[in-house]
Each structure stands twice: as structure tokens, then as C-alpha cells.
Ligand binder design. Structure first.
Ligand SMILES: Cc1cc2nc3c(=O)[nH]c(=O)nc-3n(C[C@H](O)[C@H](O)[C@H](O)COP(=O)(O)OP(=O)(O)OC[C@H]3O[C@@H](n4cnc5c(N)ncnc54)[C@H](O)[C@@H]3O)c2cc1C
Length: 476
């Protein structure tokens, strides 16, 4: 039989890199299988917010915070949902993760930790975000990873895709089958760690688990291979029901549906000058409501989880840019050719261009303008600088978009993959988005995807040889 590795890690991303680094430092011989031609995974795409308490950076700024407050805030934001023991372990270890990243050279923005507004806000400044986004985390982790590769403790196989977990005659994980180019081979190991991300990029699994089309922006290798491989061995699939979308995104006219962008719909960053109109031609919320969670829940109730953001020429001229200050030629290109960017000289023309009922659209705009004139809006909106009154009129279609997959395989607190009957599949572990973003509940909580991926990857790497009772003696 070919070499038997101490630890086979599938996925050199957010969870896989720290897992490999810590396992290798502890003396394990590790092989890392990566489908892409480079390490880093979703960190190449993510914005990179992480959270944690009692950190050196909080201490420096005199911020009074602790894991209990972090945990309480997570539970407040997610309305008491999700896996509380898992969240508690995260809250207790998240600060050490931030400090570790800091110690190895990662730096957030100068004023961080801060309150940030992309998700429902924490009560205390405990979000850390680097200027150059999540790629800064790869830049901090890569030298440590490379050092272990150089020492011969980690072997990295890029452009190699795991297709299944292989088992021994007891049903214990014993390695993985991989495909590289045309070639398939088996890699054997005493411990198999699935850190190969979620299914955010898989139209097939979005359809299967959520009955929804794929709309979002994600690492292309997030195809759910790990979830499928673990489920093939009987792993329990959980948390998909906690799905909630982000508010909201539109497709980039230059890349079509391949890249979805978040326009600036966060009132704390840009007050809305437009009105939001659903596919029935009706408004459905106060566009300036400052709660991200409320906005996301309102959007979930709308037909096709979509709306048109509608404005007129005066708003186009006076409002700060909705479309990230796109140059005029890009805006012209979008409105000339892309079905999600429409304009019309009159409201009848705009209705025809968007497919909205002209009667409903005119009624909605008339009602909004009446309220705007006397500063009393039917939905309680406060910020209403201008009516929507003079053509040409513009409409940009926004959708509920997703950057993470909510469902994942169940594990115990030692990251062992569990069957529905609660029994662990021997020698099989999972961390990162593999275990479902929805494990953190029915909400987006700031920094609870990258943070837990690094934290559980780190804990697993530090302890896998002892957590696996078969390995306990070997590790002594
Ligand atoms: C646009 C965007 C913004 C985000 N912003 C934030 C944020 O600010 N804060 C936050 O907490 N989270 C954020 N997230 C989510 C977060 O980035 C991910 O949930 C997290 O990075 C996932 O970590 P992971 O280790 O599970 O997966 P990854 O980091 O994606 O790593 C998985 C690795 O496995 C590889 N792989 C996949 N399949 C196979 C296979 N079959 N064989 C071998 N290798 C395989 C992949 O190529 C990848 O390298 C964001 C995500 C996106 C897309």
C-alpha cells in the first residue's frame, strides 16, 4: 500500500491552512489536497471581517468586552437560533484567533476593532477588517504554511480534486480518492479532514437544498464536494433551514451573472434616495430602515426575493452613486443592454421595460410622492429628499444574493463528522463552511464564517492527534 499520512486535509482554504500548519507543527505528516491551482480558497473573494474579544487590539483601545458578551450578541442577532455550544466554543476561542493572526503579521484597519454595518451591528466594537480584505489573511498564513512545506511536514497537491472519502472495512475514513487531470489515485491517511468549503457555487445543490437559483458571488470551487462525500458515508446534513439572503445585489453588466455585486443599500453608508418596488409594483419596507436583519427578512418575503430600485433623473444627478461610482460608459452600457438595468422616458415606458404593471407602479410612486411632500411615509421612512417625479426614470433590479451555503454536515465539538444517530464516522473531521454557515443561526452575524473556519481549523490542527483516540498513543 502507498504511504499512510497522519492527516489528509482536503482544501487549502480558510480552515484547511491553519489546520495543516498546527498539525504539522505538532509533528504530524500532513498532505493537503487542493482543487484550485493556488491556496487560499474563499479568502480570495471574501471581504474578510472577523470578530473576537479580549484581544490585544481591544485592550489597546480600552474596549471592555469578553466571550460571554460576544456569545450573547450572536444569540441576540440570530434570534436564539443555531448551535449554541458550537457558537460558545467559537466565542471563547475567537479572540485567540485574532491575536494569533496579529502575531503572525496580519493587520486590520487602524481604527479597528470597530462597529461595522454590513450585517446587524454588534453592541461592542469587536469586528476587525483589513484594508485589503480577506486576501490579507492568506498573505499572513502563507509563509507559515510554506515553511512547513519546506521542512517536509506538509505536502501540497494543487489542481487535485477529492472525489470521495475512502473507508476501511470498519467504515472508518481511511483516505480520499482524488482526480488530477485525467489521473485518479487514492491517498491514504489515519485522519481525514474535510475543509473543502460549502456549496455556495453549486447550482445543483442550491436547487436541491433551497429550491433556489444560484445568485451570488463565491469561490468557484465551492461545489459542495465535501458535503456530498460525507453524506455518501451517512453524515447528517443540517442547518439549511436557517437560510437568509444578504440585502441585496445586482449582476455586474460586464460579467453577466458570473459576478454579482452589492450596491450600496446600507443606510449607514449611503441613505437611499430611491424607492424599492417588488415584482407586484409595490413598496414593501422603509428603505432607510437601519436594521440589516429587518431588510433581509423583508426581502425574503417578496416574490422571487427581488425588487427594483427606482429613481428619476433628478435623483440620478443629485444622489451619491448607487452603483459604486461606475464610470458613465459602464452605466450607459448597463442601461443599454442588460435586462436588470432599465430606463424609460415615462413611467409607462419604465413599466414596459421592467415588466411591472404600469397601474401598480404609478400608484406606488404617486403614494410615495404624496408622503414625501408632507414628510409622512406609509412605511415610516424618514429620509426622503426628493420625489420620484420627472423622467427619464431608472430601475435597477436587485436580488437576494448569497455568498455562503447555510447547510452543512453535523459534527461534534471535536469536529468529528456525525451520522444522524449521533455516532461519529471514525477518523473523519470537518471544519469551515463544510459544517454550514447556518450553524450560526438564522442571520448573518459579523465575522462568523472566516473566524470559526480559522478557529476550528486551528483547534483541530492542534489536537487532532489526541482527539483521534486511535492516534493518542502515536502522538505521545
Ligand atoms: C464575497 C464573499 C464575502 C465574504 N465575506 C466574509 C466576511 O467578511 N466575513 C466572514 O466571516 N465570512 C465571509 N465570507 C464567507 C467566508 O469567506 C467563507 O465562509 C470561508 O472563507 C469558508 O472557509 P472554508 O475553509 O470552509 O472554505 P474555503 O476557504 O473556500 O476553502 C476550501 C478550499 O477547498 C478547496 N476545494 C473545494 N472542493 C475541493 C475538492 N473536491 N478537492 C480539493 N479541494 C477542494 C477549495 O478550492 C478551497 O481552496 C465571504 C464569502 C464571500 C464569497
Amino acid at each position: 500500500m502507498s504511504k499512510v499520512w497522519d492527516v489528509v486535509i482536503v482544501g487549502a482554504g480558510t480552515a484547511g491552512l491553519p489546520c495543516a500548519i498546527f498539525a504539522a507543527k505538532r509533528g504530524a505528516k500532513v498532505i493537503v489536497i487542493e482543487a484550485a491551482d493556488k491556496i487560499g480558497g474563499s479568502l480570495w473573494y471574501a471581504s474578510g471581517q472577523i470578530s473576537g474579544t479580549k484581544t490585544k487590539l481591544q485592550a489597546k483601545r480600552g474596549i471592555d468586552d469578553n466571550p460571554d458578551k460576544h456569545f450573547a450578541d450572536i444569540v441576540r442577532i440570530n434570534h436564539g437560533t443555531g448551535d449554541h455550544p458550537f457558537m460558545r466554543i467559537f466565542a471563547e476561542n475567537a479572540g485567540a484567533t485574532v491575536d494569533w493572526l496579529y502575531d503572525i503579521g496580519w493587520r486590520p484597519q487602524d481604527e479597528h476593532p470597530a462597529i461595522t454595518y454590513g450585517h446587524e451591528i454588534y453592541t461592542t466594537p469587536r469586528t476587525y477588517w483589513a484594508k485589503d480584505g480577506a486576501i490579507s489573511i492568506v498573505n499572513a498564513l502563507a509563509p507559515l504554511f510554506d515553511a512547513e512545506v519546506k521542512k517536509g511536514n506538509i505536502t501540497l497537491r494543487l489542481s487535485t480534486r477529492m472525489s470521495e472519502v475512502i473507508t476501511d472495512d470498519r467504515g472508518a475514513a481511511a483516505g480520499v480518492r482524488v482526480i488530477a487531470g485525467e489521473k485518479s489515485d487514492d491517498i491514504h491517511g489515519r485522519n481525514v479532514v474535510l475543509t473543502c468549503g460549502g456549496y455556495a457555487a453549486s447550482a445543483e445543490l442550491w436547487g436541491k437544498f433551497h429550491n433556489r437559483p444560484l445568485r451570488g458571488y463565491f469561490w468557484p470551487h465551492a461545489q459542495g464536494d465535501g458535503v456530498k462525500a460525507a453524506m455518501a458515508l451517512g453524515a447528517e446534513f443540517k442547518w439549511a433551514d436557517n437560510f437568509i439572503p444578504t440585502f441585496a445585489g445586482t449582476s455586474d453588466p460586464d460579467t453577466g451573472d458570473k459576478k454579482w455585486i452589492n450596491t450600496i443599500c446600507t443606510p449607514q453608508l449611503r441613505q437611499p434616495w430611491e424607492i424599492y418596488v417588488n415584482m407586484n409594483g409595490a413598496r414593501f419596507m422603509a428603505e432607510d430602515n437601519s436594521s440589516v436583519d429587518m431588510r433581509e427578512r423583508a426581502l425574503m418575503q417578496q416574490p422571487d426575493m427581488a425588487f427594483w430600485s427606482i429613481y428619476d433623473e433628478a435623483i440620478r444627478e443629485k444622489a451619491p452613486p448607487l452603483l459604486f461610482a461606475w464610470p458613465k460608459d459602464k452605466q450607459d452600457r448597463a442601461f443599454a443592454s442588460h435586462p436588470d438595468y432599465r430606463m424609460g422616458a415615462s413611467l409607462d415606458e419604465l413599466a414596459a421595460a421592467t415588466g411591472l404593471s404600469a397601474a401598480a407602479l404609478k400608484h406606488t410612486i404617486e403614494r410615495y410622492n404624496l408622503g414625501q411632500a408632507v414628510k409622512s411615509d406609509a412605511f415610516g421612512r424618514q429620509f426622503m429628499p426628493l420625489p420620484v417625479s420627472k423622467g427619464p426614470f431608472y430601475a435597477v433590479k436587485h436580488y437576494a444574493i448569497s455568498v455562503v451555503s447555510f447547510g452543512g454536515v453535523n459534527t461534534d465539538m471535536k469536529c468529528r463528522v456525525l451520522r444522524a444517530n449521533g455516532q461519529a464516522i471514525p477518523n473523519l473531521y470537518a471544519a469551515g463552511e463544510m459544517v454550514g454557515f447556518g450553524r450560526f443561526g438564522n442571520a448573518y452575524v459579523s465575522g462568523t464564517s472566516i473566524g470559526p473556519a480559522i478557529t476550528f481549523g486551528r483547534l483541530l490542527g492542534e489536537q487532532i492527534l489526541t482527539w483521534n483516540t486511535n492516534q493518542a498513543q502515536a502522538a505521545e
